[in-house]
Design a protein around this ligand. Sequence first.
Ligand code: GAR
Length: 223
Amino acid sequence: MSRLRTAILISGRGSNMDALIAAAKDRNFPADIALVLSNRPDAPGLAKAKAAGVATAAVDHKIYAGREEFERSLQLVLETYRIEFICLAGFMRMFTPGFVGLWRGRMLNIHPALLPSYRGLDTHQRALADGVKIHGATVHFVAPEMDEGPIVAQAAVPVLDDDTPQTLAARVLAQEHVIYPMALQLVASDAVRIDGNRVLGAPASDDATLVVPDLTAAPRRIA
Ligand code: GAR
């Protein structure tokens, strides 16, 4: 079986990167993590990737005059490593429509919210401020507009009364680590297809509904 040569692009700590690398350790996983690339040479995730035996590279966006120049270097590195597919994992740079077009249908992103709600930054803080009861994470194909594109997978978590942005982020992040490898597996094995703005063909979950509050849970006295 030939495995899809995949690059993970990071800007920071790389916990989603860790989850993808761990999943791809299994020889039966349909993607091979051939490169971890960061726009920040000091990204902590780079050292972790190296320690896991994955090739790493840094293309520092700050030394380029503009986005196109930065992306040309990025593309050169990706071609050098014969990369066929990209997973953005906490990669905090926007791409030009030209670069997105080059990788159309071959680039996934993970976002810490149930898109199309809460595009952009500070998603957990905004979800708490809005008082939503269900929050979550989304893996989607990358489109030119920020945090848009056909959705491959989502995970929902309940928002608890005593949540802070940090506790909510941690609960969402744990689910990110579950759905990102799952989404890459579905896409890399050609189990799903893009149909307009939808991704079809994935096995459906059972029809259990996540309802918050859950009145079947043990009652708690309100102080
Ligand atoms: C993750 O929560 C990811 O969803 C988010 O950044 C974090 C990176 O953590 N991505 C975005 O906000 C992109 N818009 P990680 O480096 O530990 O994977």
